[in-house]
Design a protein around this ligand. Sequence first.
Ligand SMILES: [Zn+2]
Length: 240
Amino acid sequence: MKKFLAIFLIGMVVIVGALFFHRWSEALLQGESPSQDQASERSLPQRDKRITESGRTAPVSNGSTGILLVNASNQLPQNYKPVELLRLYEQKGRHFQLAESDIEVCATVFDAMERMFAAAGRDDVSGFIITSGYRSFAEQAEIFATDKNGNAARPGTSEHETGLAFDVTAYGKKNFERTPQFAWLSKHCAEYGFIIRYPQGKEDVTGYPYEPWHYRYVGSPAAKEIMDKGIALEEYLEQS
Ligand SMILES: [Zn+2]
């Protein structure tokens, strides 16, 4: 009786084992490997890649808008270099001043800044000082490493690495938000394609505290919609 039971159990183990092996080999043949990677790839937001004029590959957040989204969960590659960076110091006859001589932004952004600050001047609002523009991955890494307050963005996740953003202040003023320069910019920036990238009340969406001094170029139809609706860039990209 014991012998019979032992043979029966061994037989069961062999049958169950064979069944498992059969299923496993079938799955392998059909390419059904454990699909954790595939599942997480599918759950990522829709992304595509765009080849820029210089042949570099730039990640684009949303194929239909072509607007570059950079935040904690949308990182730029380490070797990302914006196209056509201009050194603002070399652009003579500018309608704004510079806090440093090595500030750069993309050519398109400079054109829009020029038109915007010239228009502000016609409305008798001047004294804008640009304090920051493009930063390389290495520069952002240095800022991040030496930041004592924990406010600096991780390298690869700062908008300044796109060449599409600038920080501004007003001559002789500490609190930019209380200046006529800010009042003018917040009212008119969208006409020139700029948005207040980190608006008040959207801290949970952008992951940043309110920054009245940080402007991001997105082009004017998008900028107008974002500023009119009072939404964050993340929300705009989600709906379009
Ligand atoms: Zn900034």
